[in-house]
Design a protein around this ligand. Sequence first.
Ligand SMILES: NC(=O)c1ccc[n+]([C@@H]2O[C@H](COP(=O)([O-])OP(=O)(O)OC[C@H]3O[C@@H](n4cnc5c(N)ncnc54)[C@H](O)[C@@H]3O)[C@@H](O)[C@H]2O)c1
Ligand SMILES: [Zn+2]
Ligand SMILES: [Zn+2]
Length: 355
Amino acid sequence: MKALLLTEYNKLAIADEPKPEPAPDELLIQVAACGICGSDVHGYDGSTGRRIPPIIMGHEAAGTVVATGSVVNDFRAGDRVTFDSTVYCGVCEFCRAGQINLCDNRQVIGVSCAEFRRAGAFAEFIVVPARIAYKLPDSFSFPDAAMLEAVSVALHGVAVSGINGEESVLVIGAGMIGLLLLQAARAAGASRVFISDIDATRLKLAAELGADATIEASGASLVNEMLRRTNGLGVDVVLEAVGRDETITTGIDCVRKGGTVTLVGNISPQVTLPLQKVVSRQIRLQGSCASSGEYPEAIEFISTGTIKVAPLITAIAPLSDGPSWFDRLHAREPNLMKIVLDPQRISIAEEVIQP
Ligand SMILES: NC(=O)c1ccc[n+]([C@@H]2O[C@H](COP(=O)([O-])OP(=O)(O)OC[C@H]3O[C@@H](n4cnc5c(N)ncnc54)[C@H](O)[C@@H]3O)[C@@H](O)[C@H]2O)c1
Ligand SMILES: [Zn+2]
Ligand SMILES: [Zn+2]
C-alpha cells in the first residue's frame, strides 16, 4: 500500500509499505480522510519526541471497513467508520471506570515514542482495535468525520468544566480547538461565550461561528475588557486553548471567585502559577485530556449542525501533497486551519506525468 512515511525528522515521502493484517479484535480500514493535527506538525521536526522515524503519522481519520478480525461481531465490511486516537486497554482500573483517556496502558494512533509504536492513517489502509471504532451515518462526509477527534476533545473540555447552562464563558485562543470549544460551550447551554485571540483572522471565523463577542487582546487589556463586560466579577468559566504562561495567568485573572479555569492548551511544558490568587479566590484549575466517550455526541452535533466543522477545513488534498502541506504548516503560514489528506488520491501531477 501507499503511505506517507516520516523517513527522518523533517522528511516525508510516499512509500510502499506492507498492507496490514487485522488481528482477531481489529478492523482493516481503507482510509478516506485523515487530518493533519498540530501534534503531527510538532512531532515532524522531532521537537516532541513523539514521532520517532520511521513512522506513518495521522490519528484524525475515517474510512470504510474492508475486513474484520475473527472475534469482531459489531462491524462488517462496508461499514463507514471513524475511530478514537486513543487506544485504551479496556481492563485497567481507569478503563473500567470509563476514563479511557486516562488508561494506564494508553497508546495513540500514529505515534512512536520510547514506550510504543503505532502506525497511523496517512496510508491507504490502517488496522485499529474494533473497540475504538464508531459507525458513521450515511450522510456524514469523510472529511467532516476526520474532525470528530478534535470535536470530541472540545466536548470533553466542556464536560469536565461542568458547563450545563447559563454560565458565562471565555475561550482563550481561537485556533482549531478554541473554535470548537466555543461551539461546544454554546451547545452545552452557556449563556454568553466570549473568545479572545491575537490573530484577527481567527476571530472573524469565531464571530461567524456564534461568539457573543470576539476580543483581539491578551494580558491586562483582555482582563480589563472581561471585567468590564461582567460587572467587575469575571466569567464563570475560562476555557484555555493556547497553553502558554501568559494566557494561563490571564485566564486566572478573567475568572470570577470560585470559578473554573480549564486547561486544554499544553504548548508549554511548564508555566508559573499565581498561587495566592488561585488559593484566595478559590479557583478550580481543571485539566482536560483528549476525550472519553464523547464520540457519539460529536457525531450527533455535527449531523444536526449544532457544531459546524466545514468552515474549519482549509483544504482537502491528495496524500501525495502531504509533504508540502507539512512544510507550509511547519512554517506557520497564515490562515491555515485543518488540512485533510485523502490517501485514496495521488496528485494529478503524479498521475499524468508518465514517461
Ligand atoms: N488537551 C488536549 O487533549 C488537547 C488536544 C488537542 C490540542 N491541545 C492543545 O490545545 C492548544 C490549541 O491547539 P490548536 O490546534 O487549536 O492550535 P492552533 O495553533 O490552531 O491555535 C492556537 C491559537 O492560539 C492563539 N494564540 C497564540 N498566542 C496567544 C495569546 N497570547 N493570546 C491569545 N491567543 C493566542 C493563536 O493565534 C491561535 O489562533 C495547543 O496547546 C494544543 O497542544 C490539547
Ligand atoms: Zn490530534
Ligand atoms: Zn486501560
